[in-house]
Unconditional design. Sequence first.
Lengths: 178, 144
Amino acid sequence: MNNNLRNNRNKSNVNNRYGLYFLGLVAGLYCVLCLFNPQKTYNSLKLSWDITISIIPILFIVVLFMGLLNYFLKFKTIGKHLGKESGIKGWLLAIFAGILNLGPVYVWYPLLKNLRDKGMKAGLVTAFLYNRAIKVPLLPIMTFYFGIEFVVVLMIYMVAASIVQGKVIDMVERHRQI
Amino acid sequence: MADEKQKTISASFHKAFRSFLVTAPVMFGVILLLGLFKTYVSPRLISAVFKDKLLQDTILGSAIGSVSAGNPISSYIIGGELLKQGVSLFAVTAFITAWVTVGLIQLPAEAAILGKRFAIIRNSMGFVLAILVSIATVLTIRIL
C-alpha cells in the first residue's frame, strides 16, 4: 500500500516536471515567433487567454466531479460499473457519457486518470474519448452542411469505431499484463 | 464522526485539486499551442493541400484533421467549403472525423496524464479509423 502511494507520488512528480518542461517549450516557441511576427503572436496569446476564460466553468465542474468521486466512489464500485466485470453496461455507460460530455477533451484527462487509478478499463476510457466526437448540440449544424443521411450513417460508424478502438486497447493492456 | 466525515470530504477535494494542479502546466501548454494553431493555420491553407486524388486525399484528410484542433464547428465549415471546391466526400469525412477523434496538439497532455503508450496507440488508431469510417460512411450512403 505504501509502495503504491510512493509510486503514485513519484509518477505525479514526473508528470509535473514534464508539464513544466512542455509549458516552457511552448513559451519558448512564442518568444521565437514573436521575433518574426509580433502581431500574430500577440493574437495567438489573446486567443489562448479567451480559451482559458471560456473553459474555467468546465474546469470547476471537473474538479468538483473529481472531489465527489474521491469521496463517494470506492474501488469496488468503479470495478463493478466500469472495470473488467462491467460488460455491456460499462460500454453503454462510457459511450453515452462520451456523447453527453461537454467542453474540450483535455479538461477531462485528470478525471479519467482518477477513474483509471480506481479501476476503470482502458477500453472504456477510449470509448468515452472517441464518442466525445458526437456532439449532440452541433448535429443540426453538421446536418446543415452534410445532410441528415450522412450524419446518421457517420454517427453509427463512429460508435462502432469507438468499440473497436476500445477492444484493441483492452487487448494491448491485457497482453502487457501477461 | 461528523468531523471525521468532513475531514474526508475536504481531503477528497484537496486530492482532486492537487491532481488538477499537477496537470495544469501541460493543459495550459496545449491551450497556448491551440492559440498558435488557430492564428497561423487558415482554412485556405488547409484546402490548398488537397490534390484531387481519392485515396491520397482521404489519407491527407485524416492527417490534416489529426493535426488540426479547435471547435468541431470549424471542421464542418472547412469541410463544407472543401466539398464546394470539389474535394471528395471521402477526404472531407476523414478530415472531420479525425478533427474530433485524433488530437496531435493535445497528445503531450494525454501522454503525460493517461500514459504515453495509451495516447500513442489511441491516436494512431484514431488516424486509421478516420480513413475506414470515411470509406464505410460514403459507400453506405451511395448504396442507400
